[in-house]
Ligand binder design. Sequence first.
Ligand SMILES: [Ca+2]
Length: 204
Amino acid sequence: MSYARCLDRLVAVAMVAVILVSANILGGCATESEQVIELEQHGSAGRRADISKEVAKFAPGWEVVDCGDDMGPGLRAEWGGRKNVLVTHPTSTMTPCVLTKEVDVPSGKRTTLVLCVSQDRDLPEDWPKGQDLPADWLLVVKVNGREVFLRLVSKKICTEDGWATLKVDLSPYAGESIKLAMEHHANNWAWESGFWSQIAIESK
Ligand SMILES: [Ca+2]
């Protein structure tokens, strides 16, 4: 959402929940429990954008529902120093954008969901100098409807290049056909765009 709209909405924001979360991460990101402050507001439902073709091109086999149309979601030829970047956005504070895929997890191998993600970093022209952009969004990964991973995607978890590599172990489901879902939730309804430079499932 735009800076002006964000300010308008932030005035109306009311805090409704504080969620303590912890998540297991393999790889180069922090593993400590995080406190995620979820701010909700009423009446913020937005319009949806159909980015199904872009998602199919970026990550074959994945489907998308409930992508909001704020901030121009879809594929960008280049963003954040990387080429071919997918942009998603929640529809509202209550309705995440969801990417899903049916996955046959092979037996006898270690299977991992590998994601490279980032958050908005485009400063508005009138943004106060020296003040960090409060850009973040909440990533939830579910297997067969059960939450197996949660992470607040923000500058804090990214490396110097501005990207975070997140890994979710799918080996416990070896030999099974699972429904994998990645939910992009809003957090604070401010700078909620999610950026994906990689969505991959690796079996070794
Ligand atoms: Ca946010």
